[in-house]
Design a protein around this ligand. Structure first.
Ligand code: SF4
Length: 285
């Protein structure tokens, strides 16, 4: 029986991208190939905020659950879904346990119009092998729409490609989306590791893919334009969203309007982060 290490499993409203405003089950897997410690920092500097929280958790007072963890205003705002220091907060759950829990958190005890967001960390790491068993579980039958929120660096395995193809083909109402949050240099990750046009173009064979860039400065937008050109050159056809930086309200409120105007001026889509103004980006939202 397949198991998945689950950092969070909760019901909320999708705050970003194509499905903004849609009631959604969020399955946050544990593990990521990046660290993204550069968000919100002067270029070239990396945040130590999450490292300080990890040291408290490991050496001083362990946090008992996600909801107790402090939010960060710099670096990756999902830090506890990949930093090894927090892996004790993420249980390994069987497909059966995950499906049962989903039924508990759905308001009607079954899938209605809700969509499933498989996020992370980076959800297309090794867990690809475990998703078919979960998605084939009888309690998941009514599910019609899935989004993988990925950083766009992980190729799909042959087995998972074939599974996704058949999942979609078996019901014409089904939709698969890849929300690709490609990491620009402001994340602290290197260009060559983060911008993988060939990989993202291949996602388009199995569903709808779009790009989502986190923007804080003019330099970030210049970097996004270079990245967009690289994806287009490879044949990428999907939409492009600009999204303001800001895991906490004070940072988000500083640049959301500017990013919206930038998107309008350049004929690109604007993605909000509805979870920030609505729920202050608390865990479980
Ligand atoms: S890719 Fe996403 S989850 Fe991974 S470190 Fe970067 S922001 Fe965090």
């Amino acid at each position: 029986m397949s198991k998945i290490k689950i950092a969070e499993l909760f019901y909320s409203i999708q705050g970003e991208g194509r499905y903004m405003g849609v009631p959604s089950v969020f399955l946050r897997t544990f593990g990521c190939n990046f660290k993204c410690a550069g968000f919100g920092m002067p270029r070239g500097e990396l945040s130590m905020e999450a490292a300080g929280i990890a040291a408290t958790h490991s050496l001083i007072t362990p946090f008992q659950k996600y909801e107790e963890l402090p939010l960060v205003s710099t670096g990756c705002d999902s830090y506890a879904s990949w930093m090894p220091e927090f892996k004790d907060l993420s249980p390994m759950l069987t497909s059966e346990a995950i499906a049962d829990r989903i039924m508990e958190i759905l308001p009607q005890d079954h899938w209605k119009d809700e969509h499933l967001v498989i996020t992370g960390g980076e959800p297309l790491l090794g867990w690809q092998r475990a998703y078919p068993e979960l998605l084939d579980h009888p309690k998941m039958t009514g599910l019609k729409e899935i989004t993988f929120e990925t950083n766009g660096t992980q190729e799909l395995t042959d087995e998972f490609r074939s599974y996704l193809h058949n999942w979609k083909k078996s019901n014409p109402e089904r939709e698969i989306t890849f929300s690709v949050s490609a990491k620009l240099p402001c994340s602290g990750e290197s260009w060559d590791e983060a911008i993988k046009p060939q990989t993202v173009c291949e996602y388009e064979w199995f569903g709808t893919a779009y790009l989502k860039f986190v923007i804080a400065t003019e330099q970030d937008f210049a970097d996004a334009e270079c990245a967009i050109a690289a994806y287009r050159k490879q044949g990428f056809k999907g939409h492009v969203y600009l999204m303001p930086v800001g895991g906490v309200e004070s940072v988000y409120a500083m640049n959301n309007k500017n990013v919206a105007i930038l998107a309008m001026k350049n004929g690109l889509r604007y993605s909000d982060r509805l979870q920030v103004p609505l729920f202050k980006n608390e865990w479980g939202t």
